[in-house]
Ligand binder design. Sequence first.
Ligand code: HEM
Ligand code: SF4
Length: 556
Amino acid sequence: MYQYDDFDQSFVSERVSQFRDQVARRMSGDLTEEEFRPLRLMNGLYLQLHAYMLRVAIPYGLLSSTQMRKLAQIARTYDRGYAHFTTRQNIQFNWPRLEDTPDILEELASVEMHAIQTSGNCIRNVTADQFAGVDPEELDDSRVWAELIRQWSSLHPEFSFLPRKFKIAVTGSPHDRTAVKFHDIGLILKRNAAGEAGFEVLVGGGLGRTPMIGRTVREFLPAAYLLSYLEAVLRVYNQLGRRDNKFKARIKILVHETGIEKLRDLVEAEWEGLKAEGIDLPDEELQRVRGHFTDPEYENISDQDHTFQVKQFENPTFGRWVRSNLAPHKKPGYAVVNISLKPIGGAPGDATAAQMEAIADLADEYSLGELRVAHEQNLVFADVKKSDVYALWQRLDEIQLSTPNLGLISDIIACPGLDYCSLANARSIPVAQRIQRRFADIKRQFDIGPLTLNISGCINACGHHHAGHIGILGVDRRGEEYYQLTLGGSADENAAIGKIVGPAFSSAEIVNAVEAVIETFLKLRKDSETFIDAYRRVGVTPFKKALFGEKQHAAA
Ligand code: HEM
Ligand code: SF4
């Protein structure tokens, strides 16, 4: 994985000492909260409903066991013994005390981590595929490009005060796991007819109150030009993006108002000028960064491991977990192991300090000392020998991390909602928990099959509700928590925005409404059709009828 050089380390350490000084001035009253606000936000420190919240970046979702152990120690020492993994490969601490935050940042800097650019109108943490480097179908390792973008975008002087925040994702696999089409810029690694590597570049994707799917601004960008092209897009956005209205400031609105054709012309014209400026990196620099992501020394082992096969047969609980939580690895004899952070009745994406420490130990023992964070708020061991999988599962089971529900209905994405967030209309976590309990029977979950259910506590859509096969949005109805259902969203390569099915449900009704959707699907499904395929075949009408009856359906 990438290792900080002297420049990176001193840059991060200097920021910590500046912040220590700023916090001291806030504590002594030299700075008002208003003066302090932009300073704390530049260091990822938000003020939430009950306390400060610190958001820490996990670049392209990659963590060493040492870093994970440090995160656990921070959760235990400075927080309430747990932390929350978000939908953009960040981790959030919900209860830090202001006076402790410089120490927390110093602890983070000691393991090459920070909270810079996790807030504010800048280029945020660049995300990548959690299976990068190990996926058998991958064209190229998305982490290499995400790291280059990270270096280029860190405190980029021209792009530190954009009209609004800016999110970039990179995927190197035909199957998208990064929600690439819902990013301000989405980069999809491709090869042209001559076999050369490059990117399809999408712009203007996003969720929030105006969800949009990114549009292709360039079908094929030769990889060597990535940075100059990104610079061109950002320049056009920085100049023309709306600063008059916060809700219209994202690049998606610029794309919508300008039209993709005109925007493309503007970007290409800007790029022509930039190409000559020497922004793009020479090949040896690309190779240097790539050198940080070379394959570990895999063992030459057979893909068939007898014990692994037998254990699945002997122990159906293990077998079920293997079916839902394992993914193929490019090397024979290895597997990718997903750890669900969605135990039935837990808070989606939360892990305790003890669990994080145990995971760090397991990463050392079974997965070459590294782990990954997925945007679905789960964790990944990318390099596990099949012969070790049974032992690993037993150890995960001891720490309540063997939930066999990856990609199933209880693997719910949820934002913090009204339990923590000052912008929320309604609670997300308790709704997720109630749905999980209703569908706790794992056989029933397997029968329902692959399904994404996403919950946001308000229209900002941090819980990706627009992109869930089933989406739930918290709304305020005369001071009461209500929930709007959407159906048919999707965050993968066939991205789609869910459709609102009708009037919102009360908190007491929402779980029954989800169940009515599921029962309708089970009745109309053909063979082993998935929920999203069935929805795409039949449309929203049968679901509306089941939810609102014939009469209201006609009126809706
Ligand atoms: C301090 C708590 C949070 C605040 C104040 C907050 C605020 C916001 C706002 C205002 C937006 C809409 C921005 C726009 O469209 O311009 C947004 C979007 C988003 N947030 Fe949060 N958020 C918080 C926590 C989280 C958490 C915990 C997650 C992940 C679980 C998250 C992930 C996202 C994502 C994925 C989007 C939408 C993607 C996009 O279109 O940009 N946020 N957030
Ligand atoms: S979706 Fe709304 S309630 Fe949920 S974290 Fe984002 S801003 Fe808060």
